[in-house]
Design a protein around this ligand. Structure first.
Ligand SMILES: NC(=O)c1ccc[n+]([C@@H]2O[C@H](COP(=O)([O-])OP(=O)(O)OC[C@H]3O[C@@H](n4cnc5c(N)ncnc54)[C@H](OP(=O)(O)O)[C@@H]3O)[C@@H](O)[C@H]2O)c1
Length: 345
C-alpha cells in the first residue's frame, strides 16, 4: 500500500495532538509525520505514528517532499505558509478560517460535499467547529425535507479555544473549589474575557456592527457554501460553556416540505457519521461527556417544532476537536487519496 508524507502544522496544539492520535487510530498510511510548530516548541519530542519525532519550527522550506500538510495554527500562520506548501506540491488542509469563504477553496465535510474536493487548487478548508457539528444533524434532514431556515444556539466547550482554554477552566475550578485566593494575573492575557468556571459567556470572537459575533456569522456563511444554498436564512447565538470538550447545539429548523418525526428519525439513522440517541423517557440524549473522543455526532430531543408549520427541533452534540477539526481533516486526507485528487499521486 502506498504511504504518504504528512506535515502537521500546529502539532503541539489541542487540534494537532488529536490529528496525530487519529492518524494512528484510523491507520492512515503514513510514510512520514513531520511535526511543525513555532520556535517555542522546536526541539520538543513527541511520539507520532510509531516514531519519536522532533518538533521543528515552521518555515517556508518545511513542506519540501510532503504530500499533505494539515494546518492547525491559526489563520495568520496559514496565510503566511500555505503558499510555500502549495509551491512544494503539498496539498494544504486548513483548520483555520483563513480561506474558508474563498471561492477557489472547497469547504468540505466529506459526508456532505466530498465531491467538492475534485476541484481543489491546493488548499482545502475545514469548516468552523460548530458549523460542522450542526450540519451533521441538519444535512440529512435537508436532503429529506428541504431546509428553508434555522435558528441555532451553541454551547461551546473551552477546548474550542485551544489547549490554553482547557488549562484556564481547570485552574479556575480548582481555585474556586479550594477557596484559594485568586492567583496573580498570568504573564499572557487570559483566554476568556470573563470567568468561565461555573459561568456562561454569550460571546465568542469579535462583535460586528450588527450585534452578531464573527463566530455566529460563520454558521450562516459556511452553511450557505457547504450546502450550496446562498439564500438560506440562519440566526445563531454562540455561547462558551464550562465544558472541557464537545460542542452542543440546539437547532430549530424550518423546511420546505411537510415534516414528520418518524421519517426524520429514519433519515438520521441512515446517515453516515450520525447516531440518533433519542429516548427521552430513558433519559437518553446526547451530552458532551458521551460524545468526547467519539467519531459520530449524536442527535436527540428530536420533535416537531411548534414555532413553524414545517419545523423540527433537535439537539446535536459532537466532539469539536474531532468532527469540528482533526477528524474532518483526516477524513479529507483519506478522501483525497481515495478520489485520486492528491496532485502528486
Ligand atoms: N480547538 C478547536 O476545537 C478547533 C476547532 C476547529 C478549528 N480550530 C482551529 O485550529 C487551529 C488551532 O487551534 P488549537 O485549538 O489547536 O490551538 P492551540 O491549542 O492554541 O494550538 C496552536 C498551535 O499553533 C502553533 N503555532 C503558533 N504559532 C505558530 C507559528 N508561528 N508557526 C507554526 N505553528 C504555530 C502552536 O505551536 P507552539 O506550541 O509552538 O506554540 C500550537 O501547536 C486554529 O486555527 C483554530 O481556529 C480549532
Amino acid at each position: 500500500m502506498k504511504k504518504y508524507r504528512i506535515g502537521i502544522v500546529g502539532a503541539t496544539g489541542a487540534v494537532g495532538q488529536e490529528i496525530i492520535h487519529l492518524l494512528e487510530k484510523r491507520e492512515f498510511p503514513v510514510a512520514e509525520a513531520r511535526l511543525l510548530a513555532s520556535s517555542r516548541s522546536a526541539g520538543r519530542e513527541i511520539q507520532a505514528c510509531g516514531n519519536l519525532e522532533v518538533v521543528k519550527e515552521t518555515n517556508s522550506d518545511s513542506f519540501k517532499n510532503l504530500d499533505i500538510a494539515i494546518f492547525s495554527a491559526g489563520s495568520q500562520n496559514t496565510v503566511t505558509f500555505a503558499d510555500a506548501a502549495r509551491k512544494s506540491d503539498c496539498v494544504v488542509i486548513d483548520n483555520s478560517s483563513a480561506f474558508r469563504m474563498d471561492k477557489d477553496v472547497p469547504l468540505v465535510i466529506p459526508e456532505i460535499n466530498g465531491d467538492a474536493l475534485e476541484s481543489h487548487k491546493g488548499i482545502i478548508a475545514n469548516p468552523n467547529c460548530s458549523t460542522a457539528v450542526a450540519l451533521m444533524g441538519l444535512y440529512p434532514l435537508h436532503k429529506r425535507f428541504g431546509l428553508k431556515r434555522f435558528f441555532a444556539s451553541t454551547y461551546q466547550a473551552v477546548s474550542g479555544a485551544g489547549a490554553e482554554g482547557v488549562t484556564e477552566l481547570e485552574n479556575q475550578v480548582k481555585n474556586q473549589i479550594s477557596n484559594e485566593p485568586s492567583p496573580p494575573p498570568p504573564d499572557s492575557d487570559p483566554v476568556f474575557q470573563h470567568p468561565i468556571a461555573f459561568n456562561l459567556i454569550p460571546h465568542i470572537d469579535d462583535f460586528r456592527e450588527d450585534g452578531y459575533t464573527k463566530e455566529e456569522l460563520k454558521m450562516r456563511n459556511e452553511t450557505r457554501k457547504i450546502l450550496g444554498i446562498p439564500s438560506i436564512q440562519v440566526s445563531c447565538t454562540c455561547v462558551r460553556v464550562p465544558v472541557l470538550r464537545a460542542h452542543s447545539i440546539s437547532i430549530n429548523a424550518e423546511f420546505d416540505s411537510p415534516v414528520n418525526v418518524p421519517d426524520a428519525r429514519t433519515t438520521l439513522e441512515n446517515f453516515e457519521g450520525v447516531e440518533l440517541w433519542d429516548l427521552p423517557n430513558a433519559l437518553r440524549y446526547p451530552m458532551p461527556i458521551n460524545y468526547s473522543e467519539k467519531e459520530l455526532c449524536g442527535v436527540g430531543r428530536l420533535r416537531l417544532d411548534h414555532g413553524f408549520s414545517n419545523g423540527l427541533a433537535f439537539w446535536v452534540v459532537g466532539d469539536q476537536l474531532w468532527k469540528g477539526a482533526a477528524l474532518n481533516a483526516v477524513q479529507i486526507a483519506e478522501e483525497l487519496i481515495s478520489r485520486k485528487c492528491l496532485k502528486n499521486l
